[in-house]
Write a protein that binds this ligand. Structure first.
Ligand code: NIG
Ligand code: FE
Length: 391
């Protein structure tokens, strides 16, 4: 029989169910309890009404929220780009050219080195409350290196993305069309069995709109669903292409025209904002307020990678989004939980409702607002995944 646990004495419970609690999008319940049966949520409500069970956990006035869903990271890599960061912080601008540095280091690494790096960053993310993460290839750019990255990632998550189209491989510097043929041919065949998603970096210096459409369409024919790195460094076709192809997410969305915002508002594509990238490249922030006011679904994720955003901390991204991107604390918490789940087209995570996965984070704080109010403070004090305490 599945074990039953009740967590009581929760000062603030974030359910993300607007029909619960205070009726807000976060569905806040004060002085709350959660009942977990096996790996699922069985009941949420006021502490005084909680059913009695043998296993009782006293939250001692802490906050409980769904585990963070980090729907965008690049964790299969080797090497370090401290020098590039230092140069940027001395005034040099960010270009995607640094990706080549990581490609060389990743190709040279053993499976064990890549695995150790991946495990270390996942443990780091888990300690900060992330219970689901997406991650990608994109630092191999050969058939064998891309397939290896996806195989390693798939041992840790179901949310694996094939990003052979991160940049044109340096081996094809004079033949970008040849590289697109490889990405949509032999490389796709080797990678598709290990992945759920296909992604393209649609940007000047990476892949243009026509190349991106060809790559994503080829991926779709092999059963992969699209998502796009879109409009990060400049205006471009990525966001509208994402909506046209019903991509689950357009990621970055830093440079948007009114037509881009309209397209997102009228489609089912989530806009995933990645403020760690703007922070670490000293770039202008994406305008979350503009998207939210237009009715776009917004997710907030880390983009953890060694070049443009070397943070695995969702709480840090929440603080940035509230301080600099016009989000309220409630919106930022929703976007990093339910929003991340929407960007992965998942309904079993990112919420604490009966039947959902019992993935939750306890904060040493009276409410979720403290995530933005107390930036940089390690508030995450317990993490539960599938009904088991893991931190
Ligand atoms: O999401 N935009 C492209 N890819 C990464 C950057 C990767 C890198 O600089 O290594 C991003 O920011
Ligand atoms: Fe990225």
């Amino acid at each position: 029989m599945s074990s039953t646990t009740v967590i009581t004495n929760i000062a603030t419970l974030v359910t993300n169910d607007p029909s619960s609690g205070d009726g807000s999008p976060l569905g806040l319940v004060r002085d709350a309890a959660v009942v977990i049966v096996g790996d699922r949520i069985a009941w949420t409500g006021e502490s005084s009404k909680a059913p009695a069970t043998d296993n009782r956990v006293d939250a001692r006035g802490r906050t409980v929220l769904p585990g963070f869903v980090d729907s965008h990271s690049h964790l299969v890599f080797a090497g370090d780009r401290t020098e590039e960061f230092n140069a940027r912080m001395s005034g040099r601008g960010y270009t995607a050219g640094g990706i080549r540095t990581t490609v060389a280091a990743t190709r040279a690494a053993t499976d064990e080195e890549l695995e150790a790096n991946l495990t270390r960053h996942l443990a780091e993310a888990l300690r900060q409350g992330t219970t689901t993460f997406e991650t990608k290839s994109g630092y191999g750019l050969t058939v064998a290196d891309e397939a290896r990255a996806l195989r390693l990632a798939a041992a840790h998550t179901d949310e694996v993305t094939y990003l052979g189209a991160h940049i044109v491989s340096p081996d094809f510097a004079d033949d970008p069309a040849g590289y697109v043929a490889l990405v949509t041919g032999e490389m796709l065949d080797a990678c598709a069995p290990h992945a759920r998603w296909i992604d393209v970096f649609c940007e000047k210096g990476a892949f243009d709109g026509d190349q991106a459409r060809a790559i994503l369409t080829a991926g779709r024919a092999k059963g992969l669903h699209p998502r796009i790195h879109a409009n990060q460094l400049s205006y471009g076709p990525g966001v509208q292409l994402a909506v046209e192809l019903d991509a689950a997410s357009a990621d970055h969305c830093t440079h948007l025209t009114d037509a881009d915002v309209d397209a997102l508002a009228n489609g089912d594509t989530v806009a995933t904002l990645l403020p760690g990238a703007e922070f670490s490249t000293r770039a202008a922030w994406p305008d979350a307020r503009r998207l939210l006011d237009a009715g776009v679904t917004v997710a907030l994720s880390t983009d953890c990678n060694p070049g443009s955003s070397f943070t695995s901390s969702v709480p840090f991204c929440i603080a940035l989004a509230v301080r600099d991107m016009g989000m309220t604390p409630d919106e930022a918490v929703w976007s990093s939980t339910a929003g991340g789940a929407a960007a992965l087209r998942r309904t079993d995570i990112g919420r604490l409702t009966p039947g959902a996965r019992a993935d939750l984070t306890l904060l040493d704080a009276p409410s979720h607002v403290h995530l933005a109010y107390r930036p940089g403070v390690p508030l995450v004090s317990e993490v539960w995944r599938r009904g088991v305490r893991v931190v």
